[in-house]
Ligand binder design. Structure first.
Ligand SMILES: CC(C)(COP(=O)(O)OP(=O)(O)OC[C@H]1O[C@@H](n2cnc3c(N)ncnc32)[C@H](O)[C@@H]1OP(=O)(O)O)[C@@H](O)C(=O)NCCC(=O)NCCS
Length: 407
């Protein structure tokens, strides 16, 4: 068997769409190839071919991740697939390694992906580095502690994406972990249900205050649960995107969502610090569970650190030995310096203060974990104990890492 690894060609998008749908246990839709051609570029997808047919593929979508007002080029892996007959033969492994080289060449120093298979991607340096807080509740049982604010909701459509984007950017620019969204992302990832066979449009509502200024929006959809109660089909409201610039918008948008009387449940995958539960008269009517965030990979230590803002105290400096079998350019001892809002990393011959796999640099980088936490469970080997506080200071964040996007 001779397998060829290369980028897909425009003429191969239909076969690629079919491979990806079947691998995810879906049925290919007749226009899947056409959509792939419209929404992605051939050079984003590396595939393995047997006899000219794609049998495995990894797509790296170029994006940008926001952190405290700066944007870092970011490669989203979505999806990684292998045809069942070719699995566990190392094809996706080869494609992931080649993708890392491409990201480095393309100046994308960090990458992210969503997966239920942590063990697979950990082998290649991705690590859990963000999370969400899942809230679910019966809307009929929610009573808020604050009064409904004056203001109005109005329905919006996909053509209003710029209105939503303006509200979104005001909210997420200073925060940590959101993606910059282009028009296609708004239309095809946020505003429709891509997995639905008809790519159903989601509901969109904008909230404006008394003066008429737009201060928030919500994108959500009704999902049938497949169950019936007293003969009635049950449904839940899934909140895809919720942005409120102030307390009025927050309260007003929730008020809108609670009017969905036919829903037996509302599901919201919220920011880890979202205060929704505190706003409820009875916090125990809300079920709170840990929600999945993306795994993150530091593809290029030097580039990733150079583009990261520094939000810590006066200055920080430490050395770290990084091991990275899949991206050998990261291997070695690095001196990291942080001062006056900026960071940089340079290779050094100095002894390392700490040692870690590139995996654990990801939760430090995003601010998901502190150096002390990782050291306490053996994920960082410490040679100079005082360095831990320097590292935590260097990677300080003003807000936990969080994105409402899925990929
Ligand atoms: C998951 C999937 C992409 C793996 O592709 P593959 O070509 O079989 O993977 P590889 O053979 O390159 O595996 C590389 C390594 O990861 C391991 N691995 C593969 N799939 C794994 C999984 N689901 N969980 C944990 N480890 C896994 C392999 O055992 C191998 O380890 P080794 O090098 O120690 O032997 C493929 O099974 C698939 O398409 N599944 C259905 C769609 C899917 O789940 N996609 C990923 C969603 S994020």
């Amino acid at each position: 068997m001779s397998i060829e690894y290369r980028h897909v060609k425009d003429s191969e998008f239909d076969a690629l769409a079919s491979l990806e749908s079947i691998a995810f246990y879906g049925r290919p839709r007749p226009d899947d190839g056409e959509y792939l051609r419209k929404l992605t570029k051939p050079e984003w997808t590396l595939a393995a071919f047997d006899g000219g047919k794609p049998i495995a593929a990894v797509r790296s979508i170029p994006a940008a991740r926001l952190m405290h007002g700066t944007q870092t080029p970011f490669a989203l892996i979505s999806p990684a697939t292998c045809q069942a007959a070719y699995r566990r033969q190392g094809h996706v492994s080869k494609l992931l390694r080649q993708s890392l080289e491409l990201m480095k060449e393309r100046g994308q120093p960090i990458s992210g992906l969503y997966t239920p298979h942590d063990a697979l991607y950990r082998r290649y340096g991705w690590e859990r580095a963000e999370e969400k807080r899942n809230l679910s509740f019966d809307p009929g049982r929610i009573e808020f502690r604050t009064p409904a604010p004056p203001g109005k909701t109005r329905p919006a459509t996909q053509d209003d994406w710029k209105t939503l984007d303006a509200i979104y950017r005001r909210h997420v620019d200073p925060l940590n972990g959101a993606l910059v969204r282009e028009e296609d992302w708004w239309r095809f990832s946020v505003m429709i249900d891509w997995e639905d066979k008809d790519r159903r449009a989601r509901e969109i509502v904008v909230w404006a205050d008394e003066s008429g200024e737009d201060r928030g929006y919500v994108v959500y959809q009704n999902r049938p649960t497949g169950q019936r109660e007293n003969g009635w089909p049950q449904q839940e409201i899934w909140v895809r995107d919720f942005v409120a610039l102030d307390a009025g918008a927050y309260r007003g948008l929730w008020q809108h969502l609670l009017t969905h009387d036919m829903a037996s449940n509302v599901v919201y995958e919220s920011h880890p610090d979202d205060p929704f539960v505190d706003l409820c008269e009875d916090p125990f009517v809300v079920t709170v569970t840990r929600g999945e965030g993306p795994m993150i990979r530091i593809v290029d230590v030097e580039g990733a650190i150079a583009s990261r803002p520094y939000a810590g105290g006066s200055s920080a400096s430490f050395t770290m030995r990084i091991s990275d079998e899949s991206a050998p350019w990261n291997e070695g001892v690095w001196r990291v310096e942080a001062a006056e809002g900026k960071m940089r990393a340079q290779k050094t011959d100095a002894a390392p203060d700490v040692e870690m796999s590139v995996n654990f640099l990801a939760p430090l980088y995003t601010g998901f974990r502190t150096a002390e936490t990782l050291a306490a469970v053996g994920m960082i080997t410490v040679h100079r104990a005082e360095a831990l506080a320097e590292i935590t200071n260097a990677f300080a964040v003003t807000d936990p890492p969080f994105t409402q996007d899925y990929y």
